[in-house]
Design a protein around this ligand. Structure first.
Ligand code: NAP
Length: 289
């Protein structure tokens, strides 16, 4: 555990801090003594966030898909920091679009990339000067889905693969200034993201054309049941919070942190299995041919 006198001059911006991982990190880091700018998309979440935290937490209106909103947030943060730079940017905001790629509404696919990919880049570009000032670091919340693409999670997985690629390129580009770019790859974590994803998927399923229903309804039922199966183990948000705390406090953070023992094992297995065998096993697991 780090001491508050090591953290209280350090400022961190976390995007998507209204719920789940972002909120838990914001509250915990502010309790450790960091000055936390907690990005929220909707004004209604400000009160709730302030109720659960101490003085070190400053809510900031921030929609990562809206350039005006990013610029306003940057202006406010820069004014608050004065001559100090930003010690860390945690790119956490995210959504999960799921369903058969053949029938995902193309606007949903675009939104998946706007939030999880373009939004992260836009925020990073805007805050890099402030990060440079403080010899800061960038923490990108990726996922096991950034290493393994499961069927019916295609939009989400492809967005996290893109985030991994961007982070790998950026890490080398920023070496001259000693700004580490760190990827966090959690397995399934108990947060509202999956309910939100299911609600959107259900809406899309209702809107499927008759052909789509005929082709996919059986497998969608199966995927839905397996996603909501209470026996499927989920990790707690605290497991991510602990890693974010560590990543912010160690001198030389690693490039990647997979969260959960099974997550690391699955990633390794996925990499060493021949693609044909991998596909067959995955399809069989989902009751497909
Ligand atoms: N839960 C998991 O199993 C899991 C596993 C691996 C990785 N992750 C990643 O962890 C991150 C956080 O997810 P979570 O599980 O904590 O889900 P969550 O509780 O749904 O949190 C997502 C956050 O992103 C915000 N957000 C969505 N669209 C945004 C936008 N356009 N601009 C700014 N903020 C926006 C949400 O705000 P609103 O409330 O206003 O929508 C919310 O605060 C995501 O990047 C996710 O991919 C999650």
């Amino acid at each position: 555990m780090i001491k508050s006198n090591e953290t209280n001059s350090k400022s961190v911006l976390i995007t998507g801090a209204s719920t789940g991982i972002g909120k838990a990190c914001a509250v915990h880091l502010s309790e450790l003594g960091y000055q936390v700018f907690a990005g929220i998309r909707q004004q209604k979440d400000e009160h709730d966030l302030l109720k659960t935290s101490n003085n070190g937490l400053i809510p900031v209106q921030l929609d990562v898909t809206d350039t005006g909103s990013i610029n306003e947030a940057a202006k406010m943060i820069q004014t608050t920091l004065g001559e100090r730079g930003l010690y860390a940017l945690v790119n956490n905001a995210g959504i999960a679009v799921s369903g058969p790629i053949e029938f995902i509404p193309i606007d949903d696919f675009r939104q998946q990339f706007e939030v999880n990919v373009i939004g992260q880049v836009a925020v990073t570009q805007t805050f890099l000067d402030l990060l440079r000032k403080a010899y800061g670091r960038i923490v990108n919340i990726s996922s096991i889905s950034g290493q393994i693409a499961l069927p019916f999670l295609g939009p989400y997985a492809s967005s996290k693969f893109a985030l991994e690629a961007i982070s790998d390129a950026l890490r080398v580009e920023l070496r001259p200034w000693g700004i580490p770019v760190i990827l966090i790859e959690p397995g399934r974590i108990a947060t509202p993201i999956w309910e939100k994803s299911l609600a959107r998927a259900d809406e899309n399923i209702r809107g499927l054309p008759p052909k789509g229903k005929e082709l996919y309804s059986q497998i969608i039922d199966y995927a839905r049941k397996s996603m909501t199966n209470p026996s499927r183990t989920m990790l707690s948000v605290e497991s991510v919070v602990r890693v974010v705390e560590q990543v912010l406090s160690v001198e030389n953070p690693r490039a990647r942190y997979a969260i959960g023992r099974k997550t690391s094992q699955r990633i390794l297995l996925f990499k060493i299995l021949p693609t044909r065998l991998r596909d067959k096993l995955m399809a069989r697991r989902m009751g497909m041919k």
